[in-house]
Design a protein around this ligand. Structure first.
Ligand SMILES: NC(=O)c1ccc[n+]([C@@H]2O[C@H](COP(=O)([O-])OP(=O)(O)OC[C@H]3O[C@@H](n4cnc5c(N)ncnc54)[C@H](OP(=O)(O)O)[C@@H]3O)[C@@H](O)[C@H]2O)c1
Length: 287
């Protein structure tokens, strides 16, 4: 009988991308969602079953894990209870003899001054000490951060991000990360491993603007949004003060240090070159 994988955060951007890749590999996926209305959409993407619950509610976690053999845990971004939530899934996994726990973390959780990185580091520690066969995935910043501003970039020719225009990032394609996650879940041999997952080229916002400009055929300039404006925009979107603070810490850190990493592990898992930024932008332009 096929094993069932519990996928958390399944209705989010990352969760949906991973779900599609798992289904593409013919794996059986039970999605953890917090609203039953989300089920029809995820069923249409190929999910085999669902559990409705809140990640802060241990009982709903326990019953969701029941009947599963593997877990892919994708926590909500910048959540102050990341460690507690992950710990609850780990405890449920121990009770249910889960054979493989894949934790979707972040690259460089050791950046302790960025609070949500530190929380993921704390969660990683609990997992490593649990004794469950685990794989920790540490993705870098997504290329997909371009999506919410894409129309504006094309219409106004301004690529605006909340850090200086010269600091460098090895941004990565979420589609590659989702594929790598599915491969790690499907293949043997990834137990007790921690994988840093980054894109191929270190690029500044200026480099990215130049690539976009080349692809769309009109000038695009990189621009740094101030931290204050970022905070104002986040509050307008309804983010609570804790999340605003976490975002500010993260972007301040990016502004100072960028976010660089090696593509070697991702290349190895995928068995091919990870997507280049130009290829990602071409895909978006053609969509
Ligand atoms: N973006 C990046 O560049 C990047 C890089 C590295 C790592 N990551 C990590 O990737 C992960 C996923 O990020 P994302 O952008 O895909 O997140 P997202 O789109 O906001 O999705 C988060 C999902 O979690 C669900 N959720 C939130 N609180 C919940 C709760 N209390 N109980 C049950 N479900 C809950 C949400 O449910 P609803 O659908 O009901 O809202 C949503 O489906 C995060 O841990 C983030 O740190 C992101």
């Amino acid at each position: 009988m096929s094993e069932t994988i519990l996928l958390t955060g399944a209705n989010g951007k990352t969760g949906r991308a991973i779900l599609k890749k798992l289904v593409g590999l013919k794996l059986v996926v039970k999605v953890f969602i917090r609203d039953k209305n989300q089920w029809q959409d995820l069923k249409a993407l190929g999910a085999a079953g669902f559990a409705v619950g809140d990640m802060l509610d241990v009982d709903s976690i326990d019953s969701a894990v029941m009947g599963c053999q593997k877990i892919i845990h994708v926590g909500p971004p910048m959540h102050p209870d990341e460690k507690t939530i992950t710990q609850s899934f780990i405890e449920a996994a121990i009770k249910q003899n889960i054979g493989h726990f894949i934790y979707y973390s972040v690259m460089h959780p050791l950046r302790r001054d960025v609070r949500h990185h530190r929380l993921k580091l704390d969660a990683e520690e609990v997992l490593v000490e649990s004794g469950i066969p685990y794989t920790i995935l540490q993705p870098i910043r997504y290329m997909q951060h371009l999506l919410p501003i894409w129309n504006k970039v094309v219409e106004e020719g301004v690529h605006a991000m909340p850090f200086n225009t010269e600091v460098m990032f090895n941004v990565v394609d979420l589609e590659d990360l989702a594929e790598a996650t599915a491969i790690v879940a499907a293949e043997p041999g990834h137990y007790f491993a921690t994988y840093e997952l980054a894109g191929v080229e270190p690029l500044s916002q200026t480099d990215m603007a130049a690539i976009i400009s080349d692809v769309i055929g009109t000038p695009v300039t990189a621009q740094a949004i101030s931290q204050q404006q970022l905070a104002d925009n986040a509050r307008e979107k309804g983010f609570n003060e804790d999340k605003v603070e976490q975002m500010m810490l993260m972007n301040k850190h990016y502004d100072d240090c960028g976010f660089l990493g090696s593509p070697n592990v991702l290349r190895w898992i995928l068995g091919r070159q990870p997507t280049l930024y130009r290829e990602f932008v071409e895909r978006l332009h053609q969509a």
